[in-house]
Design a protein around this ligand. Structure first.
Ligand SMILES: Cc1ncc(COP(=O)(O)O)c(C=O)c1O
Length: 384
């Protein structure tokens, strides 16, 4: 599908975004239709004072369409609003849907940056490939987000722990009930100001022996909506058991740690971080990848290896695994106080106080993400 990609004719567009020249036929440009009734500055300030997570949305959204034979076209930023879908749209029946999650941050100087958006763009392509969907060029993925953030710049919060959460997603929208890869897709980006995802303490985690998340050959390594629908009963089980989150084990033997519903998981063993390896059933988290690189740069060791859940319980009991944390874009690092399963509990540290290494890695990463660190790896992507 990549071979037939092209962008719609330039004259259609009224506003160009980005530092790229509109004359360059390989770079995206977006038309802009301003929202005729944007949220007032007073109401916006009220909403942004306590936005929660994923409830408050900005004034605009970015969309790009794909049609087989024509490629990507109609890149635009338009007022945020409902999508009109035919009831026979294939996404409603066969769930060709993928998404991403990343954030834009306000720096202390007032500019706006993203962190490693190219990595999200690559993962989005990988997700599309696995789900037999049209692959969105990486510059179009990043360009759509930039165009939206520029339009909604006033929605990027500056409070402690706050950011603008960006949700790019793609659906198939063929009007056809046959089971086959669609020939039409809609890519869309929406944005919402968010506060801290979890509180400051430790989370408790239920180890599900009832449900698994991903099987070899399945879709565990990509970000398709179906993975999350399938995790909801397990999440409900964890709530019934009095826990905040669920940890999944491998589907073959129910013996090895995989990941949580929306985060990767890492254990601290002295000066070594131990985490399950990527291998098809775990989402390759960008936070995980970044933290492992930061840890290595500090001289810590990293073991990516199959990790039996029994070993975790034994090493928590002996104190060898002194800390555990979950990591992902939404919460960055969530220290884990306790793991629970039907036969017992594993406690890390005193079970309530976040571990020192978890906190210092979180500080380092948040500093980088918000433009306050030394960006030696060129991870910070400035938008404004
Ligand atoms: C299943 C799952 N694992 C891990 C992660 C962490 O990925 P990232 O660090 O890229 O946000 C996420 C969140 O995107 C997720 O949904």
């Amino acid at each position: 599908m990549a071979g037939c990609l092209r962008y719609a004719a330039r004259p259609k567009f009224t506003t160009y975004y980005g530092c790229m020249s509109p004359m360059d036929s390989t770079t995206p440009s977006f038309s802009f239709t301003p929202n005729p009734a944007p949220v007032s500055p007073e109401r916006r300030a009220e909403l942004m004072a306590n936005p929660g997570f994923g409830r408050v949305f900005t004034d605009h959204m970015a969309t790009v369409s794909y049609t087989e034979g024509r490629g990507w076209h109609d890149a635009k930023v338009v007022p945020y609003g409902p999508l009109s879908l035919d009831p026979a749209s294939s996404v409603l029946h066969y769930a060709q849907e993928i998404f991403e999650g990343l954030k834009a941050y306000r720096t202390p100087e007032g500019s706006v940056v993203m962190f490693r958006p190219d990595a999200n763009a690559r993962r989005f392509r990988d997700s599309a490939a696995r789900m037999a969907m049209a692959e969105l060029p990486e510059e179009l993925f990043v360009g759509a987000i930039e165009a939206l953030v520029r339009a909604d710049r006033d929605w990027v919060p500056s409070g402690e722990g706050q950011s603008l959460y960006l949700r790019p997603f793609m659906i198939s929208n063929d009007v056809f009930l046959g089971v086959k890869p669609a020939s039409e897709y809609l890519f869309c980006v929406i944005a919402c100001p968010v506060g801290a995802y979890f509180g400051g303490g430790c989370v408790s985690v239920w180890v599900s022996e009832t449900y698994t998340r991903a099987a070899p050959g399945g879709t565990g390594a990509v970000k398709c909506g179906g993975n999350y629908a399938a995790s909801l009963q397990a999440q409900a089980e964890s709530k019934r058991e009095g826990c905040d989150q669920v940890l999944f084990l491998d589907s073959r033997e129910q013996r090895y740690v995989e990941e949580m519903g929306g985060m990767n998981v890492v254990f601290v063993d002295g000066d070594t971080l131990v985490t399950p390896p990527l291998g098809g059933t775990i989402l390759p988290g960008i936070t995980r990848d970044t933290l492992l690189m930061l840890a290595r740069a500090r001289g810590l060791k990293v073991e990516e290896r199959p990790l039996p859940i029994d070993e975790v319980f034994e090493k928590a009991a002996s104190g060898q695994f002194s800390e555990a944390f979950a990591c992902g874009t939404a919460a960055v690092i969530s220290p884990i106080g306790k793991l629970r399963r039907p036969t017992g509990e594993a406690v890390f540290g005193d079970g309530v106080t976040p571990g020192a290494l978890s906190l210092s890695l979180k500080d380092e990463l948040v500093g980088l993400q918000t433009g306050r660190g030394n960006d030696a790896n060129g991870w910070v992507h400035r938008i404004l």
